[in-house]
Design a protein around this ligand. Sequence first.
Ligand code: HEM
Length: 456
Amino acid sequence: MTPRELPVAGARNLFGGALAFKRDQLGFLAENIRRHGDLFRFSPLGVPMVLANHPDHIQHILVDGEERYDKDATIFKVVRPVLRNGLISIADKEQWSRQRRMMAPHFTPRTVAGFAENMTSETVHMLERWERRPRSAGDVLDVTDEIGQLALRIVNRSLFSADVSRAAQAFERAFAAANNVLGSFFRFPFPPLSWPTARRRRLRSAIDDMDHFVSGVIRERLSGEGAGQTDPQRPDLLTLLLHSVDDDGTAMDLEQLHHEVLNLCIGAFETTTNTLSWAFYLLARHPQAEQRLHAEVDQVLAGRVPRFEDLPQLTYTRRVIDETLRIYSPAYQTMRHAREEDVIAGYRIPSGSNVLLNSYLLHRHPEFWPDPDRFDPENFAPERVAARPKHAYIPFGSGRRVCIGKHFALTELTLALATVARGHRLLLPDGAPVVEPEPLITLHPRGGVHLRLVRR
Ligand code: HEM
């Protein structure tokens, strides 16, 4: 049967829907899903895009169609000035596969178990710092900023044996600036970033700051200073990358090493930060869920710091994390480039299309999530998970390019949440505004999450 042509969204809007997409990216897509269904195309400023919003499409593109789709897509071109040739954005399949093979052993559940102690001890230190804060600073914490520093400390200590305490905030600020510039450029790619504008200067300076941070981590190791010591029996990822050789016997050059360290810091930092910030925010707004969390943590831990072995018992804690990742999926959009013409659900996907997958919208698909905007950790009770198609929920992507840090992140998030919930609550300050998600390159809580710390 001849495939049908895709419905076109925004055809009557100026610039192919570009202005509507720029004004309200999520609203534009949601409105067109209502109008056209789960598959449609649009061309903001002439860029050919297709939105695919059904679990079967996700399976088709990310899992079954890996040969037909690659990462040579617009969104990765937008973020390439920051991520360059690191694992997240790399499009060349052979190079990707070499790099991924080299790093994968550091991300297995078994290896991650060895990082659990870093994760909880850094969280305990953060709580101690919170407790020591002068009262004059008020009880309200900038939770997103605090968790951002925590996430950076954990990933750098675990993978690179580096102590980045002093530099973490500068990295956070630089990343936020780049996320803003590139997020708005993705929504409306004009003027080009090569033009000498204030936006370009902001981006350049943010990239320089992130590069400075990464160079510091690598320099510390190369000079054998500070925390950069590692156990020769258990070399960390940085040591492995430094000594890695390709099949043809060449070592990874320092530039590539720099890109990989940067990609891991970026991949690990903003995503886990936003998830934990949103989790505390959602718990503050849903006291019944918070009570269930406390009951579980009290029963399993009886006040002690959690260990990796406790994870199978911390089922409700994990459901809170899973549900947070559904509602505010931090890596909420990805894209694939169609290398050739394809057919999905009877529709023709033109060669060269940029296929946009948006987990913020997919995770609210009414066919799979009955009350999609309600925070309900029971969505992740085993019987409900079993009743849904696997690809109705993709916070970590899927297929061969699934997030390498998935186990790392889930372990960190569950342990950190349980560690805080043992003895503390984070409450909404009086008159606190509703925090809205801000769709940049990642989904960020607009203005950050600010909560009041109290002891339980
Ligand atoms: C809640 C936390 C996290 C979320 C939601 C998340 C989400 C994702 C998603 C959706 C992808 C796939 C993107 C695509 O298909 O285009 C991805 C890839 C990636 N993530 Fe994560 N991530 C998280 C944590 C981490 C951590 C902790 C690390 C490292 C320690 C990490 C490193 C990476 C890397 C390097 C890739 C590229 C993998 C590849 O293409 O081979 N992420 N992540």
